[in-house]
Design a protein around this ligand. Structure first.
Ligand code: ASP
Length: 598
C-alpha cells in the first residue's frame, strides 16, 4: 500500500452516505467466507465491523492475500465504500447497508489458531478466558464493558470537576493500619524487617487532605484487601473516593446523587429521579431483612406478633412469649405443588432457619396449611389481612430470634422475587447505621470504621450496641455500592471511640498517633464516601460478576491464569529483603513452581 496513514476511517463508522469514498481500514479478521470466487471478510476494529469484498477479477493480488488470511489476523486494506445490493443488506449490523470493495490488502500481523472463538455466543471456561484475556477483550461484550466503564468514569471526573473537586492521588505504599480486612504487605528492601502496606482505602489520607485545606477531594483509587476468597470479591478493586470539608451527610448524599445521575446518563440509561429514597438501617432490616434492600419489588416482611399473640399454635406463641419474632412474607401466586413447598422449607433450613410454615390463601379466605387446624376463622382472617393477601398467594412464615428471622425472610424474599436484568434502577440510601457491630466473640467492632462519628456520644458509651452512627450506604437493586460517614474531627472524641472499642490511649497513640496529632491542628468537620466502581458497573451493565467489568481480574481464588501470579520469587530477592521462608512455605512454593499453568 502506498504512503499515507494506515487508516482513514473506522470500520464500524461507514454508512450509505460514504458510498463512493476511498478508505483505508485496519483491524482484525472477524470472519472470512470464500466460496471459490469473490471472498468476503468481516473486518473488525474498535469502532465496529464492516463487510469487505475482494473480487479476484478486479484485484487479483488482494484476492491472493485474502485467501491466506485467517480469523483474527491483523490487516490493513484500501478500497471503495459501496452500497450493498438490496438483497444482501444486513439490518443487524450498523454498517449493514454498505460494504468495502478492497483493491489492496496487507497482513500486518498473523494470528496463531485461537484458543476460543472471539464471539459472545460461545460459552468459554473462565480460567481459559483469563489466560487469554487479551483475546477475551476483543469480544464485543468485553469491549463494550471496557468502553462503558471508561465513559462512566469520565462522567464521574467531569461532574466532580464541575463541582469544584480536586483529584488528588494518595500513596499506595503506606503504614499498616488494619481497617477491618488484612493488609497486603510490601517488604522494604532498604529497611529489612519493615513493611509498607497497600491501602485498604485512602481513608486516613483523605481526612488529612481535609486538614490540609483541600475541602473537596476525589480519587479513582485502587484499594487492596487481603480477604479470604469469596465470590465476587477481588484482592484489588477500584473506588471512587470522595471527601468534603464543612460537610454533613446531606452534602455527601447530594453530591453522590449528582454523580450517579451523570454516570447513568453517560451509559445511555434513564437517569434516576432525585433525591434517592432514604431508609434507616433499622427500618431496612425490619422490612426487608437486609441492609441493602432491592426496592424493585415489594414482598415486604410483615410482623405477625399481634396475630399469634394468643394463638393455639404453640411454636409461634412460645417464640413470642420468649421475646422472639414471628413474621412472614407474601410471596404472591407461586403456584407450587406440595413438593415445591417442601423444597422451599428445605431451602429455608439450608439458610439456617428452624422451620418455615407455608400457607396458601384459598378462595373465601381459608388457608391450605399445616397451620390451618390451629387457627380459628378470625385468626386466619387476621393473618390474611395482615398481608393484604389475595386468593392464590403463598404466605411464608418463620419464627425465631428477631434478627435471624428477618434475615431468613429477606433471603427468601430475594430468591423468590428478585427481578432479573437492570432496566429498572432503584437507588436507595440506607442511613443511621449502628456505630458498632458485635463480633462472633461477643466484642465490639466498628460497623463502618473507627473514624465514623456517632450521633450521640453519651449513648455510644452507655449503650454501644444500640448507638447510631452518622454512616450511610448507597444501594442499587439490592447491591451495596459503597459507604461513607461523617467523620470524627475532634481528637478527644476519637479517643473515646477507641476506648469503647477497647483500644487504650497508649495503643491508639502507637497505631494512630500520627493521625491523631493531625486532628489537633484545626481540623474542619468533614464527611465522605467511597463507591465501589467495579460493583457499580457490574450492576449497571447487568453483569453477573465484577470480573466482567475489570480488564485483568484474578480468579475467585486470587490467581491470574495469564501471568500465573502469584509466583515464587528467586532466593536472591528474598535475601535482599531479609526474608527467610519457613519450611512449609518453602515446600508449598516449590510445589507451586512446578504446578501446571491454570
Ligand atoms: N473508606 C471507606 C471504605 O473504603 C469509605 C468511606 O468512609 O469513605 O469503605
Amino acid at each position: 500500500m502506498g504512503a499515507g496513514p494506515l487508516r482513514t476511517a473506522g470500520a464500524g463508522t461507514l454508512r450509505p452516505e460514504h458510498a463512493g469514498a476511498e478508505v483505508r481500514l485496519a483491524g482484525w479478521v472477524k470472519a472470512r467466507r470464500d466460496h471459490g470466487g469473490v471472498i468476503f471478510l468481516d473486518l473488525r476494529d474498535a469502532s465496529g465491523v464492516v463487510q469487505v469484498v475482494v473480487d479476484p477479477a478486479a484485484a487479483p493480488e488482494a484476492a491472493g492475500v485474502a485467501r491466506e488470511v485467517r480469523d483474527e489476523y491483523c490487516m490493513a486494506l484500501a478500497g471503495t465504500v459501496r452500497l450493498r445490493p438490496a438483497g444482501i443488506v444486513n439490518p443487524e449490523l450498523p454498517t449493514g447497508e454498505v460494504e468495502v470493495a478492497a483493491v489492496e490488502i496487507r497482513v500486518l500481523s498473523p494470528s496463531d489458531p485461537l484458543p476460543f472463538q472471539i464471539d459472545d455466543r460461545a460459552e468459554i471456561d473462565e480460567v481459559r478466558r483469563l489466560a487469554y484475556r487479551y483475546l477475551d477483550l476483543r469480544r464485543p461484550r468485553m469491549a463494550a464493558n471496557l468502553r462503558a466503564r471508561s465513559k462512566g468514569i469520565a462522567a464521574m471526573r467531569r461532574t466532580l470537576d464541575r463541582m469544584g473537586f480536586l483529584e488528588v492521588e494518595t500513596p499506595t505504599l503506606i503504614r499498616s493500619t488494619p481497617e477491618g480486612a488484612r493488609d497486603m504487605l510490601v517488604p522494604s528492601r532498604l529497611r529489612p524487617g519493615t513493611f509498607y502496606a497497600l491501602p485498604q482505602s485512602p481513608q486516613l489520607f483523605k481526612q488529612l487532605l481535609m486538614v490540609g485545606g483541600v475541602e473537596r477531594y476525589f480519587q479513582v483509587a485502587r484499594c487492596y484487601r487481603d480477604e479470604d476468597f469469596r465470590s465476587d470479591r477481588q484482592l484489588e478493586f477500584t473506588q471512587l473516593d470522595i471527601e468534603g470539608s464543612f460537610w454533613g451527610q446531606d452534602d455527601v448524599l447530594a453530591t453522590l446523587e449528582e454523580v450517579m445521575v451523570e454516570v447513568v446518563s453517560a451509559l445511555d440509561g434513564t437517569p434516576p429521579a432525585r433525591p434517592f429514597p432514604r431508609l434507616a438501617y433499622s427500618e431496612a432490616m425490619a422490612r426487608f431483612g437486609t441492609d441493602k434492600p432491592d426496592l424493585r419489588f415489594g414482598m415486604e416482611i410483615v410482623e405477625l406478633g399481634t396475630v399469634f399473640a394468643s394463638s393455639r399454635f404453640q411454636a409461634f406463641r412460645t417464640t413470642l412469649e420468649s421475646g422472639g419474632l414471628v413474621a412472614g412474607i407474601d410471596a404472591g401466586p407461586l403456584g407450587l405443588s406440595r413438593s415445591g413447598l417442601e423444597a422451599l422449607a428445605e431451602r429455608a433450613r439450608a439458610l439456617g432457619g428452624k422451620g418455615l410454615v407455608t400457607a396458601i390463601v384459598e378462595e373465601g379466605g381459608t388457608l391450605r396449611s399445616t397451620l390451618a387446624k390451629h387457627l380459628d376463622e378470625a385468626e386466619a382472617a387476621a393473618l390474611v389481612a395482615a398481608f393484604g393477601a389475595v386468593p392464590g398467594d403463598t404466605l411464608l412464615l418463620a419464627a425465631g430470634e428477631p434478627r435471624e428471622t428477618r434475615v431468613l425472610l429477606g433471603r427468601l424474599r430475594l430468591e423468590l422475587g428478585q427481578p432479573k436484568g437492570h432496566r429498572q434502577l432503584r437507588f436507595l440510601w440506607v442511613v443511621d447505621f449502628p456505630v458498632f457491630e458485635i463480633t462472633p466473640e461477643g466484642g465490639l467492632a466498628p460497623a463502618h470504621h473507627p473514624f465514623t462519628s456517632p450521633v450521640d456520644v453519651r449513648e455510644m458509651e452507655e449503650h454501644p450496641e444500640r448507638a447510631v452512627a452518622r454512616a450511610y450506604d448507597l444501594v442499587l437493586n439490592g447491591s451495596e455500592l459503597g459507604s461513607g460517614s461523617v467523620r470524627i474531627h475532634d481528637p478527644a472524641l476519637q479517643r473515646r471511640v477507641f476506648s469503647v472499642l477497647g483500644i487504650s490511649d497508649e495503643e491508639a497513640e502507637r497505631r494512630f498517633g500520627w493521625f491523631l496529632r493531625a486532628l489537633r491542628f484545626g481540623t474542619p468537620p468533614h464527611a465522605g464516601f467511597a463507591v465501589g466502581i467495579d460493583r457499580l458497573f457490574s450492576v449497571l451493565l447487568d453483569e453477573p460478576n465484577i470480573r466482567e467489568v475489570i480488564p485483568f481480574p484474578k480468579t475467585q481464588t486470587g490467581l491470574d491464569p495469564m501471568t500465573e501470579s502469584p509466583t515464587p520469587v528467586v532466593a536472591e530477592q528474598l535475601r535482599e529483603l531479609g526474608i527467610d521462608l519457613r519450611p512449609e512455605a518453602r515446600a508449598a512454593m516449590e510445589g507451586e513452581g512446578e504446578a501446571p499453568p491454570g
